[in-house]
Ligand binder design. Structure first.
Ligand code: ZN
Length: 246
């Protein structure tokens, strides 16, 4: 069974549908590492789609915020404004669904998914120092995570941490052959709000049989999403940052 690995969709319908077109035929099952909503203008379209297409899904911090499971006190003003807007938008069915989303880590076959880190769903795995501690607690060789919106990740091999890079700017996907003696923390990148300097929607494909992960990017109609964000009255910075991927 080949997997399409999604994370941080953030209510961006145009980015999600571009990824599904681009990845068509390359997978049999879909998993999602959380943050279905928040920031973007289409929370109901995205949650409707996830409900009927994604069996393996966990919650992110923005999902918790959108259904009152998290205090907004810790959110910056822009994230808070979009969380409050999303609370008012979600249909009753979608609110119930998001409320019941599982908390990671969630084990799937020979891998697991988490939103932030395997120890804390809200922790950002960015620096090698935090990651070194995290690897000590992993009970699976392969973990997919999100939350940082940066495609890539980390490899733990012979007692050392290395940094994994995502797809290159030339548009070609980057593939990673998994060594059975190494541990991996793989971030597919964000569908709906990339922050690694590449505005294209990010995702990954995982094939357990060939033991390979492929990092992919997909262009989408950013201008349409920016117009929707502005029409909804959401903070303008949320539209601007989609254009630069930061
Ligand atoms: Zn996120």
């Amino acid at each position: 069974m080949r997997y399409l690995i999604l994370s941080d969709i953030h209510a961006n319908w145009e980015a999600l549908t571009a990824v599904l077109d681009g990845a068509a035929g390359a997978y049999e099952s879909i998993v999602c590492c959380g943050d279905l909503v928040g920031y973007g203008p289409d929370p109901n379209a995205v949650v409707d789609w996830v409900r009927s297409n994604v069996a393996i899904v966990i919650r992110g911090n923005h999902d918790k915020a959108a259904v009152g499971l998290e205090s907004l006190e810790w959110f910056n003003p822009v994230a808070r404004t979009s969380a409050v807007w999303t609370q008012g938008e979600l249909s009753a069915e979608n609110r119930e669904y998001v409320k019941k989303l599982a908390k990671g880590p969630l084990a799937v076959e020979n891998f697991q998914i988490v939103h932030g880190s395997p120890l804390d769903e809200d922790e950002y795995l960015i620096g090698v120092a935090e990651v070194a501690q995290t690897f000590a607690y992993l009970d699976r060789n392969l973990t997919f995570f999100g939350h940082t919106h940066m495609q890539g990740g980390f490899i733990f091999t012979r007692g050392r941490i290395g940094v994994l890079r995502g797809a290159a700017w030339d548009g070609k996907p980057a593939s990673l052959d998994l060594d059975p003696d190494s541990g991996y923390l793989v971030n597919p990148g964000a569908i709906g709000q990339p922050r690694d300097g590449d505005p294209r929607a990010a995702y990954a494909l995982y094939d357990p049989e060939s033991r390979s992960v492929t990092y992919c990017r997909e262009e989408y109609d950013i201008a349409s999403v920016q117009a929707k964000i502005r029409r909804a009255g959401l903070p303008d910075i949320l539209a601007e940052r989609l254009g630069v991927g930061k």
